[in-house]
Design a protein around this ligand. Structure first.
Ligand SMILES: [Zn+2]
Ligand SMILES: [Zn+2]
Length: 239
């Protein structure tokens, strides 16, 4: 099915046939996919002290998490809506693997409710989706990070810049150790000839971050091409 028909079907089906919550199976309000109200209220949000990278801290605000202590990230500041668990994980899976594209808009509303995310967006001139390799994007039909960036852009009035590309089709990071993840994405990104972002502050947008290796590599590439500051927002943080 083409992307157009996937999207059209997703929108029509949501309006005509109330579907079950992707997390618990309860009935979902037509305007509220893909979770029921109870599951939206139970998102595992990150609250309390956070490292500047967005990792939850056991200590006090302003401290560095273990990973940031081991090596300063080129990402100035990061935030995630919640941890990759429960209904939030079910949302990401629905968006990424089940063609439930309206999930991106609903998640962006939740992201914009977070004060930390709003301040990151406020400090940015543009949004940049973490790119997929063109082969993988063709296979999937879309880039979930791009859907999220577009939805967020509508809510915060910042443009989406698409000059960052993935030039190497890296293997999926899921089963890799932290060191392997770093090596896997090294030199995997490039910035196009467009010089629009010289001196600009941007926010990288992705669905899930685990070790932060992909965000760091994207940030390093952008900074090497004259971007002034890179921040990041992801839907979920997996550990
Ligand atoms: Zn539910
Ligand atoms: Zn950190």
């Amino acid at each position: 099915m083409t992307l157009f028909w996937t999207r059209t079907w997703d929108a029509l089906a949501g309006a005509l046939f109330p579907t079950g919550c992707v997390s618990c199976g309860n009935l979902v309000a037509a305007h509220d996919p893909p979770l029921c109200q109870k599951c939206w209220n139970q998102l595992p949000l990150i609250a309390g002290a956070q490292c500047r990278c967005g990792a939850p801290l056991h200590g006090a605000e302003g401290e560095d998490c273990g990973r940031c202590r081991r090596g300063r990230s080129p990402v100035l500041e990061g935030a995630s809506l919640g941890t990759y668990a429960g209904p939030l994980r079910d949302c990401v899976v629905a968006l990424k693997y089940r063609g439930r594209h309206r999930t991106a808009a609903r998640l962006s509303v939740r992201i914009l409710e977070s004060e930390r995310c709003r301040s990151i967006l406020k400090a940015s001139d543009a949004l940049v989706a973490v790119p997929l390799h063109p082969d993988r994007e063709r296979g999937r039909g879309f880039n979930q990070a791009h859907l999220l960036a577009n939805a967020l852009a509508g809510g915060c009035g910042r443009p989406v810049w698409s000059g960052l590309a993935r030039t190497r089709n890296t293997r999926t990071q899921t089963d890799l150790s932290a060191g392997e993840r770093r090596r896997n994405v090294r030199d995997a990104f490039a910035v196009g000839a467009d010089a629009a972002l010289k001196g600009a502050a941007v926010t990288l947008v992705d669905d899930v971050t685990t070790t932060g290796a992909t965000l760091r590599e994207c940030a390093a590439t952008l900074l090497a091409h004259g971007v002034r500051e890179v921040r990041s927002i992801t839907v979920a943080r997996a550990e």
